[in-house]
Design a protein around this ligand. Structure first.
Ligand code: E4P
Length: 218
């Protein structure tokens, strides 16, 4: 499983990129707005200069023609841009047109197996299943990820769409996504840092240092 960072915060992206464990970045309009930056193009270009991997940038249009126009523009910002398209009939229409043009897409706001199946058939490069938001609504979000992976696997000769476990809230979600066979988990920086930490590691590092100090002063 690969890990993407789910943020538009450039400092977090720079820090995470140094660890060598991040293969891409996902953003959305809310994440960009959180950074109080209105120039989406500048944000995405800056991210692309730090991370050499797929960078998802979302369209805001809702009608198919406008979505397609906007997606073409967004994909021209950098060679590693993947265009995020929200799930809807218009979104599917846009994804199928864009996939015929060779523009990579990420079907976002995917909450059901049916939506994922349609996205894959339309030619989405990725489908993003929103685990945390499904959990919040009383569903088992990770079960949906596992089932999408399983369905796509039945048709692996035809379906090349990769499954992103999105809306990740804590480190256990990441482990569950890996167990479910998700191709990618896109995670907030805070979750990445939680994954790094373990109290026994901290205690172990302290103990090694103390023991060495004792013997080196003897
Ligand atoms: C995915 O690509 C989305 O940006 C993100 O995972 C949504 O997460 P949230 O439910 O925490 O907003």
């Amino acid at each position: 499983m690969r890990i993407f960072l789910d943020t538009a915060n450039i400092d977090e992206i720079r820090q995470a990129a140094k660890l060598g464990v991040i293969s891409g970045v996902t953003t959305n309009p809310s994440l960009v707005a959180k950074e109080k930056r209105a120039d989406m193009k500048a944000v995405i270009r800056e991210i692309s200069s730090v991370v050499d991997g797929p960078i998802s940038a979302e369209v805001l249009s809702l009608e198919p023609e406008a979505m397609i126009r906007e997606a073409r523009e967004v994909s021209s910002w950098s060679p590693n841009v993947v265009v995020k398209i929200p799930m809807s009939a218009s979104g599917l229409e846009a994804i199928s047109a864009l996939s015929r043009e060779g523009i990579r897409t990420n079907l976002t706001l995917c909450f059901s197996l049916n939506q994922a199946i349609l996205g894959a058939i339309a030619g989405a490069t990725y489908v993003s299943a929103f685990v945390g938001r499904l959990d919040d609504a009383g569903h088992d979000g990770m079960q949906i990820v596992a089932e999408i992976v399983n369905i796509f696997d039945h048709y692996k000769d035809r379906i090349k769409t990769q499954v992103i476990a999105a809306s990740i809230r804590h480190p256990l979600h990441v482990v569950a996504a890996a167990k479910a066979g998700a191709h990618i988990a896109t995670i907030p920086y805070s979750v990445l840092m939680q994954m790094v930490k373990h109290p026994l590691t901290d205690i172990g590092i302290c103990r090694f240092a103390e023991d060495w100090q004792r013997i080196s002063k003897a």
